[in-house]
Design a protein around this ligand. Sequence first.
Ligand SMILES: NC(=O)c1ccc[n+]([C@@H]2O[C@H](COP(=O)([O-])OP(=O)(O)OC[C@H]3O[C@@H](n4cnc5c(N)ncnc54)[C@H](O)[C@@H]3O)[C@@H](O)[C@H]2O)c1
Length: 422
Amino acid sequence: MRVVVVALGKMGLPLATYIARAGHEVVGCDISAQTVELVNAGRAPFPGEAGLEEALGAAVAGGRLRATTDTAGAVAEGPDLVVAVAPLYVDGDAQPDWRNVDAVCEAIGAGLRAGCVVSIETTVPVGSTRSRVAPALVAASGLRAGEDFDVVFSPERVSSGHVFRDLDTYPKLVGGLDAGGEARGVSLYEQFIAAEVRAMGSAEAAELTKLAETTYRDVNIAFANELARFADGAGLDVARVIEAANSQPYSHIHSPGVAVGGHCIPVYPYFLLAGDRHARLPRVAREVNDAMPAFAVGLLERELGSLEGQSILILGVAYRGGVKETAFSGAAGLRDELAARGARPLASDPLYTDGELVAAGYEPLSADEAVAGAIVQADHDSYRALGAADVGGASVVVDGRGVLDLDAFAAGGVRVLRIGRP
Ligand SMILES: NC(=O)c1ccc[n+]([C@@H]2O[C@H](COP(=O)([O-])OP(=O)(O)OC[C@H]3O[C@@H](n4cnc5c(N)ncnc54)[C@H](O)[C@@H]3O)[C@@H](O)[C@H]2O)c1
C-alpha cells in the first residue's frame, strides 16, 4: 500500500513511521523544511517518543519512508490513502482557527487523484469532516467526494510518548461520509493497525467519540479537583478518599492536580460545546480546572503570607511530564496568577534551555538566585529525585502533581504542600 501522511508532528511522524514499519511505502509531508530534512536523515525532530528514533532510522534506511514539503506533489503520485493530522490551532478561548486545516485540504486537493481515500485524524468539531473538509477537497480537486474519492474521519486516540503502544492497543475508529467510503477506509487501516479497526457508521459518530472521551477526562478531573478543594478545607486526604472510592467497580475518579494542559483535554470540551448549545457540564468543568493554578498559588500564599515582591519558581513549563510541549500548559496560568498577586514568577524545566524558556514567555531561574517558594507544575520523572537543595532555596513547595519524595524535603527543612492533602 502507498500512503501519504500530512504533518509530521508528535502524532503524524510516529504514525507515518508505524505505517512504514508495517511494510508499506510512506511519504510524509510537512511545511517545515527543517522537519523534512531531519526525517530524511532518519532523525526525530523532537525527543521523548518511545521507539521512534530507532524505527524511523530503519524505515528511512530501508527506503519505506521519505519526507517532502510538497504535499500536492506527494498526493499526485496516487497513494491509496492520505492521512492528514495537522493540528487545528485554537485561540486563547479555544475557538478554532481553520487556516491550517484549510491549507492542508487545499494542498491535498491540488494533487488528489480518483480512487484515493483521504482520512482526517485532526480532532475537529462534530460535522467538520462532512461540511468543511470534504467540500474543501472537492473545490481544490474538481473531483466528487463519495464517487471519485472518499473521505473518512479517524481520530488520533494516542498519547505523546507511547504512540506505537497505543496504536497497537486502542481500537482505531473510522467513520465515513457513506457506507462504501467507510468500508474502504476500514480495510485500508486494517492493513497496518495492529488493534481492532472499528467502523463507526458515520464521520460524525467518530468525531463525537473523540470529543466524548477527552471531555469525559476533563469533567472527571474537575470532579477530583472539587473533591480536593473540599478535602483541603475539611482537613481530609483526598488521595486516600479517591483510592478508597475507586476500590469498588463503579467509581473511576481521576487524580486532582494543579492544571489540565496540552492540545487536547482543555480544548476539545469547547469543540463539544460549540456544537451542543444545551451542554452544561463541560463548561463548568473547564471553569473548575482553569481555577486550579489560582488554588495552588493560594496554598503557597497561605504558607508564605503575601507574595508581593517574592520570587516563586515554577518547576516544569511542559504541559505534562516528559513531553516537550507548552500548548495550554498550566505553567502559563501559574505565571499569570503569580504576577497578578505581585510575585515574580521564575521557571525551570529539564526539557527546555534558558533560551527556549524565554521564547516560551518565562523568565528562567538563574543559578545564584533564591526563591521564596516553588510550585511543581509538570510531573517530570526526574522530579521524583528532587530534594530540598534543588528548589532554588524555597522554604515551601506546592507539589501540584504529587511527585515529590516528602522525606527528602523534610530532611532539608522544606515544607511540601499537596493538592487536597493537608
Ligand atoms: N499531541 C497529542 O498528544 C495528540 C493526541 C491526540 C490527538 N492529537 C491530534 O493530533 C493533531 C496534531 O498534533 P501534534 O501533536 O502532532 O502537533 P504538532 O504541533 O506536534 O505538529 C504539527 C505539525 O504540523 C505541521 N504542519 C502545520 N501546518 C501544516 C501544513 N499546512 N502542511 C503540512 N504540515 C503542517 C507542523 O509543521 C508540525 O510539524 C492535533 O491537533 C490533535 O488533533 C494530538
